[in-house]
Design a protein around this ligand. Structure first.
Ligand code: GDP
Ligand code: MN
Length: 380
């Protein structure tokens, strides 16, 4: 998952990487308020998941808050490299003395991490590497024994820095590396890393990509789903993970792996999931009731598969919630529940007496097959 600049900067800030003061906005009026808070001297930056926004006209400097609404209006109506602009980051305008490049990437060939550093930042690192290869420094990092602070210092010193600035830049490199390793990032880049005229250093931009496969392992300080739709917002309030997808089969699973597996099996028989929903370990009757209702609010849903494992989860209580939700739906889609674990018999009994199809096989394939049958009979 690629983060937008402002999300990456939130992550930076929470991890000791200094960023400019600023605020993300979605309207011209909000832009004015944000610019006022910065004393009028501001930069407005379009938030799209691609670089090169400066060259594409997506970054504008203003001198007074009065300019903000008009400039913001223009930017919000732009399309940058195929992305329509929904949000702007309004930041303090910086008095730039120097732009530096600092980045971490995964070398997929070796599995190592490479830190790249160049005193000539601001533009594409590929371009610097091509034109002035002697100005790009590479440090191969073994993720199992990352370099301590004092090893990074000589690496950064190659850029011609010394004294307080050298220490400050090393601190950025160290904090970025720690963040990268702790959160399984795939890309963590600061370009430009800005040295201000007053000597301070701040991350002028962020390019962060999180490994989707590792998302479940971390508690990020960033709300990735801020721009998500109503159902996704509602899901957060309920306390479940919900991602809307394009298909028509609702999916509810008690764990991420179980959910992914279910989705794969649906796709194998030519069905497409309408969503991914993971309850986590907090199943209650109420939570299952709300989750079932939520998934079925998506008008596309014409079948529902629920796959639960009762370890810590009281699936017999969850069953009551499912029955209650389905009874209230009119029309209700065909539903198949596979639930295994603690008190499974009680769970099945509740579901069956509530008119819901239960598959008591350990194989999710069986549940998928049953759903296909139910959907076919309903069509007739
Ligand atoms: P990108 O083009 O999408 O990578 O966006 P960046 O955030 O890297 O900004 C591109 C360029 O805009 C930077 O390299 C800076 O030269 C310039 N820029 C961004 N913010 C400021 C600012 O506050 N003041 C000034 N003077 N220039 C800025
Ligand atoms: Mn940049």
């Amino acid at each position: 998952m690629k983060l937008l600049e402002y999300q990456g900067k939130q992550l930076f800030e929470a991890n000791g990487i200094k960023v400019p003061r600023g605020q993300v906005v979605a309207s011209a009026e909000e832009a004015r308020t944000a610019a006022e808070a910065l004393g009028g001297n501001a930069v407005l930056k379009v938030q799209v998941p691609v670089g090169g926004r400066g060259k594409a006209g997506g970054i504008k400097l203003i001198d007074s808050a009065d300019e903000a609404p008009l400039v913001a209006e223009k930017l919000l109506n732009m399309e940058i490299k195929g992305f329509s602009v929904e949000k702007l980051l309004v930041e303090e305008k910086m008095d730039i003395a120097k732009e530096i490049y600092l980045g971490l990437i995964v070398d997929t060939d070796t599995g190592n991490i490479v830190m790249l550093f160049s005193p000539e930042g601001g533009m594409d690192i590929e371009q610097v590497a091509e034109e002035k290869p002697e100005k790009v420094f590479r440090l191969v990092i073994d993720p199992t024994s990352p370099p301590p602070f004092y090893r990074l210092r000589p690496f950064i010193r190659q850029g011609g820095f010394s004294g307080k600035l050298l220490n400050e830049l090393t601190q950025f490199a160290y904090n970025l590396l720690r963040l990268f390793l702790e959160r399984d990032l795939l890309v963590g880049e600061i370009n430009p890393l800005i040295v201000l005229r007053d000597g301070r250093v701040v991350a002028g931009d962020s390019k962060v990509e999180v490994d989707d496969n590792a998302l479940f392992r971390h508690q990020f300080e960033v709300n990735f789903w801020e721009d998500s739709d109503e159902l996704e917002k509602e899901a957060r309030e309920i306390g479940v993970t919900y991602v809307k997808l394009d298909g028509n089969i609702g999916v509810i699973a008690s764990g991420a792996g179980l959910g992914m597996g279910t989705m794969d099996l649906l796709e194998e028989v030519g069905l497409a999931p309408a969503n991914f929903l993971e309850t986590g370990g907090g199943i209650t009757e109420e939570l299952m009731y709300k989750a079932t209702k939520l998934v079925c609010k998506n008008e596309k849903v014409s079948g529902l598969i629920i796959n639960l494992y009762g370890g810590v989860n009281p699936i017999e209580k969850g069953a009551k919630g499912i029955v209650r939700a389905i009874k209230e739906l009119n029309p209700a889609p065909p539903v198949v529940v596979k639930a295994l674990g603690n008190k499974q018999e009680e769970c099945w009994e509740t579901l069956r007496s509530g008119g819901i199809t239960v598959v008591n096989s350990v194989r999710t394939e069986a549940a998928v097959e049953r759903l296909v049958e139910l959907m076919a009979t309903q069509k007739q």
